[in-house]
Design a binder for this molecule. Structure first.
Ligand code: 5GP
Length: 196
């Protein structure tokens, strides 16, 4: 059974998780696509909840078996991908799939699903604001911040014109309301149209 998909991609620090989690709570017909990854679980992450965790060898084997819709080596040595079985699992329930994937993956998934997909790029208002946010967060060294900012700048350049919708996350409440409206209209939910 074929259904719809909503794709979210963003440079780090743009507030993607906050927006995605808000939408998943608001629209029960949305379901998060659990990606497969070869990176190790972080903190309280559980297999089958945030990700399906595999060794790099097993991941490569599954690529050879053609089990992925798309996959990327997002960081050197760390593979991420969407399993075909995950797409089937969610569509079988009649749900709309929500992807939280990197910018390249987002463009690939849009190409694969075409009109069935709404792709949204979440953007921090500017490279300067992104740098300030990362400094305020206080979790990264100055060097790490510059690396993230440089990656974000190149991702923004790469994303230009390749997504259906660009959501500028300047003011969070405004960004959440805009996300409600755009996603609500796409999935045909009355709540999205009336802003309830
Ligand atoms: P993290 O390791 O922080 O959970 O994720 C790192 C990056 O990988 C994020 O940008 C996330 O969106 C991306 N990612 C997660 N799952 C997938 C996937 O299935 N495919 C691709 N291409 N990227 C993914």
């Amino acid at each position: 059974m074929d259904g719809k998909v909503v794709i979210f991609s963003a440079p780090s620090g743009a507030g993607k998780s906050t927006i995605v989690n808000h939408l998943l709570k608001k629209y029960p017909e949305l379901e998060f696509s659990i990606s497969a990854t070869s990176r190790a679980p972080r903190g309280n992450e559980q297999d089958g909840k945030e990700y399906y965790f595999f060794s790099a060898d097993r991941f490569r084997q599954m690529i050879a078996e053609d089990r992925f819709v798309e996959h990327e080596e997002v960081y050197p040595g760390s593979f991420y991908g969407t399993l075909k079985s995950e797409v089937e699992r969610i569509w079988a329930k009649g749900h709309v799939i929500v992807f939280d994937i990197d910018v390249k993956g987002g463009v690939n998934v849009k190409r694969i699903f075409g009109g069935k997909a709404l792709s949204i790029f979440i953007q921090a208002p500017s490279v300067e604001v992104l740098r300030e946010r990362l400094i305020d967060r206080g979790t990264d060294t100055a060097e790490a911040i510059e690396k993230r900012v440089a990656k974000a700048a190149s991702e923004m350049e790469f994303a230009a014109g390749k997504f259906d919708y660009v959501l500028v996350n300047d003011d969070l409440d405004a960004a959440l309301a805009e996300a409600d409206k755009v996603v609500g209209e796409f999935i045909g939910d009355q709540a999205g149209k009336t802003g309830i």
